[in-house]
Design a protein around this ligand. Sequence first.
Ligand code: PTJ
Length: 274
Amino acid sequence: MSEIPPGHPRAESLRIRHKIIHGMEHDIVAKAGLIAHGRGEAFDYLLGERTQEPAKKAIRAAAAALLLARYPVISVNGNLAALSPKETVELAEEVGAKIEINLFYRRPERLEAIKRVLEEAGAKEILGVGETANGEIPEISSVRRVVDRRGILIADTVLVPIEDGDRTQALRKMGKTVIAIDLNPLSRTAQLASITIVDNIVRCMPLLVKETRKLKKKPEKELVKILKEYDNREVLSETLKIIRDRLTQIAEAGGIIPEISEVYLEVCQDEISK
Ligand code: PTJ
């Protein structure tokens, strides 16, 4: 992390990037996890790198769904383990969820490295490794179909942060509630989940923990009401409109984003006065 100059305008983004790189160098993150992260960063730019209102609605619904679930499971992959291990454990504790490692690029070294990270963050029980990790979700073509018989296989609600491909579809066909966290509102996962939080996990995991703590104090019927009133298509649609309106606004303001406009005036004086 020492390579990040303190005054760098993108210091926070670089710090997160370095966590992913560090994770890859220590068998936590898959090589493809670097590409996935870059894709996420691109969408985050379009969203203004902040938690937008539709994401806040989805976070509230997700918290309600996790609290109401009979058997919730948090599915952990390399990127989540590298970026938000502490919040993953906190969330599991708050909602009484199981933590299960489920990988696209499944290798024993990675399972071990991720298990270690979660244990260091305070996890007592970690599924998806060992003897009981021999259940199968038949419709999934990748090794992600290998799940724990005490976890995802019997869960009624599954949280899938930073997901790929066909798993959400398969889990929903099995009748499970799927909560996705994905910066790309157009991904198959985002489109097919029951609740889609279009936000960066580094921002929304702490918010999700906070929201569950808040909603835990509410009567059950209030949580049921939150879920009943929640409309995922509306949330996806509002998110896309935010991206559209933001781009229109920037385009109409001469193509410079508000965060840069002051610096632009400073460094591009010559061009402006021409
Ligand atoms: O650890 P493994 O073996 O399970 O592999 C994990 C990866 C991420 C490599 C695998 O699931 C994969 O290839 O995923 P995709 O298909 O690249 O999809 C990842 C999705 O997560 C993309 O839609 C990204 O926009 C999104 N994403 C990336 N970083 C973040 C994110 N969403 C929220 N927060 C992020 N920080």
